[in-house]
Design a protein around this ligand. Sequence first.
Ligand SMILES: [Zn+2]
Ligand SMILES: [Zn+2]
Length: 733
Amino acid sequence: MKAVTFQGVGDVKVEDVADPSIVDPTDVVVRITTSAVCGSDLHQYHGRGGGLVERGAVMGHEFMGIVEELGSAVKAVRAGDRVVVPFSISCGGCEWCRRRLPTQCTTTGRAVFGGRFGKVFPGGQAERIRVPFADYLCERVPPTMTDDDALFLGDILSTAYCCAENGGIRPGDVVAVFGAGPVGLLAMQSAQLFGPARVFAVDRVDYRLALAAELGAEPVNVDTSDPAEQLRALTDGRGPDVVLECVGHETPFTQAIQAVRAGGAVSSVGVYVETTMGFPAREAFFKDLSLKMGICNARNYITPLLPLVERKKLQPARIITHTMPLKDTPHGYAIFDRKEDRAYSVAGASFGYATLWTALATFPLMAAVQLTCARIGLVTGRGLVGCVRRHYPRSFLYVACLLLLVANVFNIAADLAGMADVVTMLTGLPAMVFVPVVGAAIVAMTIWASYATVVAYLKWLTVVLFAYIVAGFLAKPDWGAALRETIVPQISLDREFVATLVGILGTTISPYLFFWQASLEVEEERARGRGSIAARRGATPDELRDARLDVTTGMLLSNAVMYFIMLTTASTLHRAGQRQIESSRQAAEALRPLAGDAAYLLFALGIIGTGLLAIPVLAGSASYAIAELFGWRAGLDFKLRQARRFYAVLAAAVAAGMALDALGINAIRLLFLAAVLNGVMAPPLLVLVMLVANNRAIMGPRVNGPWLNVLGWLTTAMMTAAVAVLVATSLGG
Ligand SMILES: [Zn+2]
Ligand SMILES: [Zn+2]
């Protein structure tokens, strides 16, 4: 497996290490889904505060994941449980553990995952980890909670809460928190739970103070003047009732004692690098203050804090700034160490390739649905709407066509904006010029070019999509891991993962493609001279075979493209879909330093090609559907004057997309809305497609065979389930 290992002071690297296995009967092996780089990892990274870990030791003590293997004596934990584990390793049975001081455990010698005290246990910045004393250490995480929310329970959230609790904050107190790093920010959140009147954040870094202010704290910059003086000035000369010290150095510790009011409390959780240090003894004595310090017994806090996180009373995920695949962790250490880019905490997720299997799994589903639509068009000589209109209630069709039109307009707007964005990036041509020119060109082409020309244009454009495949190779993926994730599906109940999965299903199995496919077959027949419905009715075995070949190769290519886009982004960028990567342009830009100029250009080319391909199809499918709904003449081979209304809808759809762009509406928002509309529409539409395909009155002897039915209904069921899950999670969240 891959793991982050210590190579010497200031040097960590990702390398292959032996997979963990069960050693003692109380062990489990956990497959890690997310782990973090903690501030104290940086001490280890710099070799500060005591001896070094051995070269090659696996780093990390803040992680969570899914239990995969069980020792024979494990009772409370089951395989498949999603668990979070405290940073310190303790037996749960020795005198110290029974005194609720598990960090003092004598059985393990006060060991820490990936640490240098007591017995040595490999750390959690890896794909897998052995967790000893599993019944005592593992805490099950409910499926409604994301990794980002649960992860910090194992260390910094518990530490921060412990610090606030040790301060003995009472309602109405004034609290000052020294240090606005990850622990300090979480200490501010925790302090708020005790009902203070005011919370001050003391730090010297502006962006940290800004985030502290977002969390409701009043910023105090130590570089302006003596922080104790500032705090007194801000509190009518008395000083804060409670000071939480979250740095772990002599200076802030001294300042904390100087700042606190007489009879107040100082609570300190910073990990001290110094062995001994100066202490303002006289001031502390005459102030009658209370002092509490020490390492947090995180195991004691995980269980009670979990429901507070679940109810959003504590929001640890708010401090996350960087998420990256495991292989980029050394870069994460460097960012965190330099405290650049608003780095508070770096979570390294090891599921970059975890969605690759969907490209393979959706292929038969997608192909079956598209083939069913193609057969409907081929056999009946009509488009999807034309068919349904004659045999099923029309009211549904009015709603479906309206939703389709709106969703497609949103999609067109997003595609135009995405292409324009990339063109601006490459050439500097402003979107105000690009969008109208390209939009008008596409409309003109569909109106004045014949069906055969349009199809040839679309076929040639698909060649451009191979750019994505080449970019995928240039991104130098870890092929072993990628292939494993392609063949073995990974499903996690993590909300983010489910949403990504639903998104993938929604974009591959998309309603406009159903309409397009059926109408395409009608056009094909018309191009062969079959002008009337009667002439088009029925299909020869040869025609059906050709359609099958066409559809499967088309779907194979589109799924391959989807696969390589995921592979490229997973191999290079932060986990795809993360908050940092919001547009395709950002993806292309972020690719450049990681995979080189060629990959960047190819990816950009792919984005433009996809847009040029999608826009005529989006506009065309909407106008086919609407024309058939009202019984208008529809087809790309007709002259403008022969099918005015068909072309009018097509042009209007593109124009509306351009207008949305001109209004400056956010493309991501539009794509999201389009996905919601498609999601609402897809399940009932799929049911209708399947009913039509099995209706002998419509299809005659060419009703669906068993394979198409199994796959088609399976797709319908999966889409319905996916939409239900999405609705449930968005309501629940
Ligand atoms: Zn830590
Ligand atoms: Zn113990």
